[in-house]
Design a protein around this ligand. Structure first.
Ligand SMILES: [Zn+2]
Length: 69
């Protein structure tokens, strides 16, 4: 069986780095019905937000991201 982990990534404003991995991501829904992941950069601890599609939000939650809406 293939093991697939959906990594939640975003832009860290402190490190000015794209695609950083979020630790303990939480999935939020925006007022416009979009989805957003919120977590901490695993390296520096800064809160990182990332917009995501519903598909990716569902996948992330299946992989253990916390549903926060
Ligand atoms: Zn960072």
């Amino acid at each position: 069986m293939q093991e697939e982990t959906t990594m939640v990534t975003g832009y860290c404003v402190k490190c000015k780095e794209k695609g950083v991995e979020l630790s303990a991501p939480e999935i939020h829904q925006t007022a416009k019905g979009g989805f957003m992941a919120k977590g901490k950069h695993s390296v520096c601890g800064t809160t990182v937000c990332a917009m995501m599609s519903k598909d990716n939000a569902d996948k992330a939650m299946e992989d253990g991201a916390k549903k926060a809406f």
